[in-house]
Structure formats: structure tokens, C-alpha cells
Design a protein around this ligand. Sequence first.
Ligand code: XUL
Ligand code: MN
Length: 343
Amino acid sequence: MSKFRFTVGPWNVHEGTETFGPGIRPSIPLEEKVAKFAELGLDGVQFHDDDAVPDMNRMSEKQIVNYAKDVGALLHKHGLFAEFVAPRLWFDFHTNDGGFTASRREDYDFAIWRSLRSCDIAKALGTNKIQLWLAREGTLCAEGKNPVEKIRQLRDAFNTILEYDREIRILVEPKPNEPIDRSYCGTAGHALAVGANTVDPTRVGVCIESAHSILSGLDPAADMALALAWGKLWGVHLNDQNGIRYDQDKSFGVENLRQAFNQVKVLHENNFGEQGECVGLDVKAMRTQRADDCYRHIINSKRIFELLLEKVKRFDYQFQAKCVEEQNFEKLEMYVLELLMGV
Ligand code: XUL
Ligand code: MN
């Protein structure tokens, strides 16, 4: 098995801003973050479109591409690559009521413009992956949209992206809620169903985020397995989450080590990474974390993954087969717990 390649996004080192309080750490410029990511042994960087090209709404298409090329050069200088570009369709006033599922034509057009520019930025950064976290695609007011019509409109948006550039691949990052409470495409199953109904299903896959599966009441490793079974797991966002609450983006494995172990296990057993897929760490530091130690959650997540990988490699498949034969899952479960506890 080849070495896993790790990526993070600039948003994973943040000021600590949340719904109940403003930022408490100073902003760090992209150049500084990129240098630090390389120093930490990460392999690549994930981008929102406006992480790469901050003022893009006011720029021409040519200016956007030129700016993105400079960011590509910055990555190259530090030996890093770009994993994907994600249009940030939840910040602008145009996407208050969703982008691809917007009710107003001008808002839908804005979402498409940003998505096509994301394709351009991706190509300028040397990647063909577009990640779509469908943040506001759904509604807070059930009667506010015709769901069947809007789900078809979402599919049409995918088609427009796929037809714009024949090399582009879409990774849907499903999430059931937050910032809206009713997502139209909230799980891996939904994402694959929408993808299957596009003009080119072979170019639509998923990125499974641990916390998003947990928020759906599902098991992250099982969600990854569903996508792996059909060759559709093109990315992961590993993190952790204390039950069905607000989205927490905790360090990988800190809440449920066994659940984390099984994510590493399913990735390792299925050669995740062999087609260039990356282990994305979508983690955020706690609000209490000091500015001079604000990368620790990334260091910890990577280390927890690597330590769990060692445990996965020591997993005794013969013992497991014997327990399965005997249907002695109590015995198997204790074996796994002892393995994790280092007994
Ligand atoms: C949202 C989320 C985002 C995406 C990138 O919950 O996970 O960070 O991963 O836009
Ligand atoms: Mn994510």
C-alpha cells in the first residue's frame, strides 16, 4: 500500500469565529499557512474558490485564472499540490436561499458562474476536482420550495458543470443539516443518486466527512464503504463529532477511537489513495487554543490516523475469521478493544 497523502484547507486554521462569539486569534496570511502545511508534512491543500482568489466576484475571468496561477506557483514552491476547489456558495447574499436550488434565476446564475470559475481555478492549480458541499441546497421553510423541481434543478447544475469542462470531476460532500435543517442531498446515497442521473455519472463521486455521517446518524466507515463498493470514494474529510449536535470538526478520533479505527481500516483495506485520492483532515482548533499553537489539531489528527494505521496493520484476520465462524462477536469485539488499548 502506498503512503497516504494528507491535505487540509486554509479554513482549518481559523480565527475561532463561531455563532456565539467573534474571532479570538489573528488571521494568518495564505502564504504563511502554506509554508506551515509543508513544514508539518502535509502533501496538499484544499481550496474554496475564494481562498485561492479572494476578490473573485469583482474580477474578470482572465484575471481570476492569472491570480490562481500565482497561487499554484506558491504551492509548487513548497512542494505541495492542490487537491480540489470548492465554490463557496453559502457566503454571498445571492445564495442566502441556496445556489443550485435557488428560487430566483439571478441567484442560480450566480451559483453557476462561481462553479464554472471554480473549474477554471482548479485547472490553473493543476487539479480536475471540484468539491460541492451543498450547504444551503434545501430549505429552512419546507413550503418555500417545490422539492422535486429543486432536486432536478440541482441535477441540472451538475450537468452544466460537467458539460463546461469534460475533464472536471465533481466530488459531492453530503451533509444532512447546518446551515439549513432540510438538505435535499444529505447523505452519500442521495449524492450518488443525483450523480447517477447526470449526463456523465462516471465523473460524479463523493467525499465522505466523518462528522457529516455522524450528524446523519450513520457510521462514517459504512458510508465510505458504500462509496468504495462502487469506486466512488474520491475524497474523505476526517474529523470527529460528539453525537448529533452542531457541526464540531473535532480532531480525528478524539471522540470515538473505535469508529476512527474502522474508518482507517476501510480505507487501508480498499487501497484508498491508489488513484490519487487524499486523506483530507477537515478539523478546527478549539476556541480556547492560543494563536502560537493553532496547528496542533492538524498535527494531532494526522498522528492519530498514523497510529491507528499501525493498529490496522496488526489486525489479526485469522482470529477475526475464527470469531466470525463461531459467531463469537463478543470475543472479536474484546480483541479490537484490547488492540486499541495496547493490551
Ligand atoms: C462544512 C464543511 C466544509 C467543506 C468545505 O461542514 O465540511 O468545510 O468541507 O467547504
Ligand atoms: Mn468538510
